[in-house]
Design a protein around this ligand. Structure first.
Ligand SMILES: [Zn+2]
Ligand SMILES: [Zn+2]
Length: 202
């Protein structure tokens, strides 16, 4: 599995492209759609799907444009499925006092779902707290953590659907995922999972 980070997406978000056997998944389409598609094309790959770690606007800025240009479906946990189409819930209104919405994702995920990409399997891990439907995507040693866990921090829990108690339960539960995973967060640098948790005294 190859992972490419198209940082900076909008609002300093990371935008990842996963490629296996010429099949690509875009995780959190915050970068420009043409830029994402040209990187995939340069690799000789074709886009298969868009995977969302959660429904906040800063991770989905090119979601509609990318779907229009590529025709691929978007996946989101079912508990966040209503966020993109609601400017209050996707937090755009909170920051900019104006509306920005996106079409509802085509596919809804739940914990434990597996998604094939090329020769590999992406596993969906429900990690609520930052939002109700936040997920991490695990593939081999990669763990895409969205706004649940950063290198040196964790996501805020005061926006729609956020819950601090639930987030800390989630972070404690992530210890069980193993020592060797590398996190690829929605913002900031990558890190070893256990180092990132340890830094938070978890
Ligand atoms: Zn967020
Ligand atoms: Zn974010």
């Amino acid at each position: 599995m190859e992972i490419i980070n198209l940082f900076p997406g909008s609002f300093a978000s990371n935008c990842y492209v996963l490629i296996s056997q010429k099949h690509a998944a875009i995780v959190d389409p915050s970068a420009n759609a043409d830029k994402i598609l040209s990187v995939i094309e340069q690799k000789g790959a074709i886009p298969d799907m868009i995977l969302l770690t959660h429904g906040h606007f800063d991770h989905i800025m090119s979601l509609d444009d990318l779907r229009d240009k590529s025709g691929v479906p978007a996946y989101i946990h079912r508990d966040d499925a209503e966020l993109p189409e609601d400017a209050q819930k996707n937090a755009f209104h909170y920051f900019f006092h104006t509306e920005r919405t996106y079409r509802r994702p085509e596919r809804e995920l739940q914990d434990g779902d597996t998604i094939p990409l090329g020769e590999e399997i992406i596993r969906v891990i429900h990690t609520p707290g930052h939002t109700r439907g936040s997920v991490c995507y695990q593939c081999g040693n990669l763990l895409l953590t969205g706004d649940t866990l950063f290198d040196g921090g964790y996501g805020r829990y005061d926006l729609y659907g956020g819950n601090g108690e639930v987030l800390f339960q989630t972070l404690h539960g992530m210890k069980r995922l193993g020592q060797t995973l590398t996190i690829y967060p929605g913002h900031g640098a990558s890190a070893n999972l256990s180092d990132a948790l340890h830094a938070l005294h978890i």
